[in-house]
Ligand binder design. Sequence first.
Ligand code: SAM
Length: 285
Amino acid sequence: MSVQPTPLPPGLFIVSTPIGSARDITLRALDILASADVLAAEDTRSLRHLMAIHGVAAGGRPVISYHDHNGAEVRPRLLALLGAGKSVAYASEAGTPLVADPGFALVRAARAAGHPVTAAPGPSAAITALSIAGLPTDRFLFAGFPPTTEVARRKFLEELAPVQATLVLYESPKRLDRLLSSCREVMGDAREVAVCRELTKKFEEVRRAPLGEVDAALADMPRKGEFVVLIDRGSEAASAADLDDALREAMRTASVKDAARQVAEALNLPRREVYQAALALAKGE
Ligand code: SAM
């Protein structure tokens, strides 16, 4: 099977590239990379390397760097090339552009200016993780990288916690443990999590456990490489009235502490939150 350079119509081509294994590039992506008048990339070195692996030469074509830090300056140049009837292929460093990667402002501006925009779809770490982790895929919510400060991360997770969908997060190895412990505090011990590491690469692995057991499940996993964290949905959010009813019932036979534990487990709610509600009930508030 060979790359087929073919004249492309004018327009912007959003090209997905592999997230690990170089052979995950699609044939159509290679055709576009071989044929576009102009190549643009978040990381021009990675794109040139990928093209070299697959025997696609840049030749005398421009290879333009376009990323978050120079987008405002470089975008007008790319739009001018589109305006001059050129075909422009854009790739981010890995995976699908615009998915936790640059490209959004470029696509919007190209569309606003009336240029055709199309894609050579391909790998994305989010979809790859969902496809192998064994958590439900009927509904999912991609939330990208969590904030790095503790307060902002908690708020972010509190907003996501009640969503009835599998949550998909990207995280760096050095922040993975902090993220998992924030998830546990906010979402409780029972929620299932899948930590997917080095997808499509030599050390690919997926570890799944309830948040309460995740430390043990990940004890011997190197905090190295790239990670996707998937979090199962919680049970349908219990209303405050449901919670109070369940607590009153449990407190007929159990102490405040034990009742809070039982109800938190039964309703899959964070223990601390349920304990506060139980204390308030016990005090007659
Ligand atoms: N655009 C890419 C995509 O479509 O998935 C994502 C780019 S984002 C800057 C990079 C993050 O994606 C990494 O920090 C990691 O969370 C995730 N990621 C990328 N490749 C991965 C891989 N092979 N295995 C696990 N996670 C990966």
